[in-house]
Write a protein that binds this ligand. Sequence first.
Ligand code: NAD
Length: 370
Amino acid sequence: MSKQSYTIAALAGDGIGPEVMREALKVLRAVEARFGVSFEIVEAPVGWAGIDAAGQALPDATFELCRRSDAILFGSVGLPDRDASVPKQERPERAALLRLRKQFRLYANLRPVKLLKDLAHVCPLKPERQGTGIDILVVRELTGGVYFTNPKWTEELDGGHHRAVDTMGYSTPEIQRIAHVAFQNARLRRHKVTSIDKANVLENGVLWRQVVTECAKGYPDVALDHMFVDNAAMQLMLKPSQFDVLLCENMFGDILSDEAAALAGSLGMLPSASLGASNGDVTFGLFEPAGGTAPDIAGQNLANPIAQIFSAALMLRYSFGLTAAAAAVEDAVVKAIAAGFRTGDIFSPTEPAAKRVGTSEMGDVIAAGV
Ligand code: NAD
């Protein structure tokens, strides 16, 4: 029998983080009541909140809590206007988030981008370009490629010029590991993987294509095609409905996942999962909204909590294997949207039945829907 009690490190962070986290925790309490599971949720400071509380963006106590937990539910960190004297490597974006990804070897980043039927008007594409609907899962390799491969250096040249060098490297096991994540997820969806590379100019791309093609032999029920990254960037705008799972190396995934995110109309709708190793029934992961701390709307009950709530749903599915509970949360969001509830970012005066609500009311409606 699988485990029915889970420990969650809830790190709300800065800006809108605490506001949207509160709503996600409400929803998790509703899941406990309905599904008979129990969550030990421990909240801890991170980001500027960590610096204020303990002098570090990722305080030791917060890191220890993460180590003891089954999963991390993360808000967001970083406030661009805070204390410019704090050096880059100690600022939250690097010292907290990148460190967590690195320490816990979170190699698979999953970003579902789904345009809900009732929100077609917030998509920047014309209805005819939206086709049969937009429902894409970007699977991005998160710990390799040009961002992490050594050596990296900057050297001085004659005449006061400089030259900067980054190295891009991928090994067969690194590619296999992320390709399996993409194929396994395609099996839960529409059975199609589009693998992105630049095999026409990069050695890395040639190896990437070979290894992914080899892995595909283990998944005869999943269709595989390959696309150059430049064409993929264009196709996402021209005909996004052709994509099911997009499999990308780190940098291409970074760029294409943000481009795909724009299709959903608001960052406030988009969750993400960063997964590490599995340990029996539980896969360790960090779950967070795709957006940042939104300082422009923080503290005003204006933020859309859905990205954080969807992130909690991804945690239920990917870390704990609670698929029915995850689906119940996602259905509750769809029902709230269908009933016309809108935070400011997805509100349009052209929808006569829409009801503009704040962060906490949206959370209440969704929790009640669970
Ligand atoms: P942002 O994502 O915070 O905001 C961009 C725009 O999207 C803003 O207009 C904001 O109001 C809106 N938005 C974002 N989330 C929303 C939500 N839930 N509901 C409604 N509207 C929402 O990006 P930014 O302004 O470039 O960055 C602000 C800070 O966040 C920076 O310090 C940046 O480094 C940090 N950041 C952190 C993360 C993270 O923690 N993972 C990710 C991105 C940015």
